[in-house]
Design a protein around this ligand. Structure first.
Ligand code: ZN
Length: 309
């Protein structure tokens, strides 16, 4: 099997090699020496993914996503504001043009626009982009690619959350994101923090690799592989953030991976933790807590602020 043009360096299927970390659904996840991060092989053909994310994803794979996202928005607002706080500190107030690549139902974009950002979004899913438009947001429906990037204009901030784990060519997309930025602008990129030390500890207690989910998740970054890839593409790394290390529940004996209802209950507890700190006026303590975790390579997500020189 041969897959062409899987990255800016024209990496071909034969070039993807490295030790197998995990196997699931007929795919191996390898630490790829050529790409510099872990990913599934074989990579599915792009046309398969196109139908998946334009029509099926929110309908079949994430049927409860929209209702949960609405229910979670008071809590999700905290991390949305955390990201915007950093950007508003890093950029002068005259630089507020932002694009959210893979904006989903539009909640981050809505928060950004409410804070005075000139924001727009790009989203492949019909259902999610319809929802974002119903919030009064400017959203283009479609996939991000180097070609598409050429039609979008230039921005001070490119926000790309929970995108790179899904795509067969994350390096191409990161390079296109770089090209979308004005000099001095920032990319905020968030991915699941996978094969993290806490996940490895939980797996050593006998749990399966629940975070390995090809073909929905093709790429498995952590802070160090994501940092290295960004630096290789010319970005300058500025800050890290993360979210609650959900694996702590597993290590304390609450196996939510086997029970969706328990998963939702654990999620409610971490929301309560974040909101309790915020309601007490300890937002800075909460932000510091997550920054320290991120610096230690821990937390459920790896979020990096990377500048274009
Ligand atoms: Zn590779």
């Amino acid at each position: 099997m041969k897959i062409e043009a899987a990255g800016p360096d024209r990496i071909t299927w034969q070039d993807h090699h490295g030790p197998v970390l995990s196997s699931q659904n007929g795919y191996d996840v390898i630490t790829c020496a050529a790409c510099g991060f872990a990913h599934a092989v074989p990579l599915p053909p792009p046309e398969e993914l196109s139908a998946e994310y334009s029509e099926r994803y929110y309908r079949d794979e994430k049927p409860t996503y929209l209702s949960h996202a609405r229910e979670d928005q008071a809590w999700a607002r905290l991390s949305q504001d955390d990201r915007l706080d950093v950007l508003e500190r890093l950029l002068p107030s005259s630089r507020r043009r932002l694009i959210d690549i893979g904006c989903g139902p539009g909640f981050f974009l809505q928060t950004a626009c409410a804070r005075g950002w000139q924001g727009e979004g790009l989203e492949p899913s019909q259902q999610a982009s319809d929802h974002a438009r119903s919030l009064g947001l400017r959203v283009h429906q479609g996939f991000f690619s180097a070609e598409r990037a050429g039609t979008l204009g230039r921005f001070d901030v490119v926000h790309m959350n929970n995108v790179l784990e899904h795509v067969p060519d994350p390096l191409t997309l990161l390079k296109a994101a770089y090209d979308l930025l004005e000099p001095g602008g920032f990319l905020v990129v968030g991915v699941p923090n996978d094969f993290s030390p806490l996940q490895i500890a939980a797996a050593a207690q006998g749990l399966p690799h629940w975070w390995v989910a090809p073909p929905h998740h093709l790429n498995y970054f952590d802070f160090s592989s994501l940092s290295a890839v960004l630096e290789r593409l010319g970005f300058v790394l500025r800050e890290r953030q993360t979210s609650f290390p959900m694996e702590m529940f597993l290590l304390m004996g609450e196996n939510y991976t086997a029970e969706p209802a328990l998963g939702r209950a654990c999620h409610t507890r971490r929301k309560r933790f974040d909101l309790a700190l915020a309601e007490t006026g300890l937002n800075e303590v909460r932000q510091h807590f997550y920054r320290v975790l991120a610096d230690a390579g821990l937390g459920r997500e790896a979020i990096i602020f990377a500048g274009r020189p």
